[in-house]
Design a protein around this ligand. Structure first.
Ligand code: NDP
Length: 340
């Protein structure tokens, strides 16, 4: 275990925020990014944990990222809120937007959030889970950089384009799924490369268009959508929602913006929040939630099943007491950021 370093979750947050501040992020951005990174470590989503801090730092050094931009908000209609991140990273905007989005969805039954000019290298589950914890149904979509080939093609057009969905549950954490529309998140391929492991078949093709299990060849070529043309259709939808719909860029345009080739996508994120009580005539939220539990129980009757997010919530029961471990090389990098 000498090649790993043990950290409590408080230490994860401390080292993340200290490293980000040392590299120039404002207190508020460093805090918001450290919150998402710590939540990812807590839930054992390592590809969005401390592993991401060097991406944030490199993006700040090489791209047009603002370290201290304060997001601004504008009501486009009573139920459509625009947030401009002014080329800062998304977590601060997402934290600040949750309350206003909740308020509008309660008032109108459904509300949308259109985030523009945001750098985003995070997972999407924190923002939908945050709303579902307040009793709302929530969706989030964001495009990325040009990494994924369209169905039948061999050259990247789409981003890995995640979408996330959350459903509130009475007396327990929400049901959440958050998935890339590619066969794997790009961070997973980068982790395989770092660890000297091959990637499963079906994740990527090389620059020659041939299938590959070599992570470096796959990163140089194109990632594949999950489920062939069906995943590609989701990637296409995400491009349209998080790009054209809200007046921001497609993944291939974000790649053109990424002149420093740091791999930090700058574009839009689109969210929808729904107040379930406003979707039935009598507004009986309890009945809706009780009904959804019947579906979950039916699924879980079968051996081998689980609900999306259960893995994260199981990790969340453990890591506050046990802490987490990270590679020593990553810990050394973060200490170098802090110590200069
Ligand atoms: P996974 O394939 O690991 O998981 C996708 C979803 O499926 C999760 O909600 C997971 O729940 C659930 N799941 C996995 N296995 C099962 C199962 N056996 N039964 C039921 N549900 C299951 O995620 P991806 O690799 O697709 O994406 C990883 C992350 O990368 C996401 O958080 C995404 O937002 C992020 N991402 C961010 C991008 C960006 O530009 N910002 C770009 C692309 C991806 P659980 O968590 O409990 O395992």
């Amino acid at each position: 275990m000498n090649d790993r370093v043990h950290l409590t979750l408080d230490e994860v947050h401390g080292i993340a925020s200290e490293a980000l501040r040392a590299k120039g992020f404002s207190e508020r951005h460093a805090g918001a990014i450290a919150d998402t990174v710590t939540a990812a470590e807590r839930d054992e989503c390592t590809s969005h944990g401390l592993f991401r801090i060097p991406f944030y730092v490199k993006a700040l050094q090489a791209a047009n990222v603002s370290p201290d931009a304060e997001p601004t908000f504008r009501d486009l209609t009573p139920a459509v809120l625009q947030a401009d991140s002014h080329f800062g990273f998304a977590p601060l905007t997402l934290q600040l937007a949750a309350g206003p989005l909740e308020k509008r969805s309660r008032e109108f039954g459904i509300a949308a959030l259109c985030i523009v000019n945001a750098y985003n290298v995070a997972a999407l589950w924190p923002e939908v889970e945050r709303l579902a914890e307040r009793g709302l149904v929530a969706f989030a979509f964001t495009a990325a950089l040009q990494y994924v080939a369209p169905a039948g093609g061999t050259k990247p057009v789409y981003g890995t384009n995640p979408m996330a969905f959350a459903w509130p549950r009475a007396g327990r954490p929400p049901l959440v799924f958050d998935q890339a529309s590619s066969a794997s998140a790009r961070g997973e391929i980068q982790i395989h490369l770092r660890d000297g492991k091959s990637i499963p078949e079906g994740w990527a093709i090389g620059p020659d268009g041939e299938p590959t299990t070599d992570p470096a060849t796959g990163l140089a070529g194109a990632q594949l959508p999950f489920g062939g043309y069906k995943g590609a259709a989701i990637a296409l939808m995400v491009e349209l929602l998080a790009g054209a719909l809200i007046g921001d860029v497609f993944s291939f345009e974000a790649t053109e913006r990424d002149a420093g080739k740091v791999g930090a996508p700058c574009g839009g994120e689109f969210m929808i929040a729904i107040d379930p009580a406003r979707c039935v005539g009598d507004g009986n939220r309890d009945a809706q939630l009780a009904h959804s539990e019947k579906l979950f129980a039916k699924i879980l009757e079968q051996d081998g099943t689980r609900l999306p997010s259960d893995r994260r919530f199981r990790a969340r029961e453990r890591t506050p007491a046990e802490g987490v471990t990270i590679p020593k090389s990553l810990h050394d990098t973060l200490r170098e950021y802090i110590d200069g």
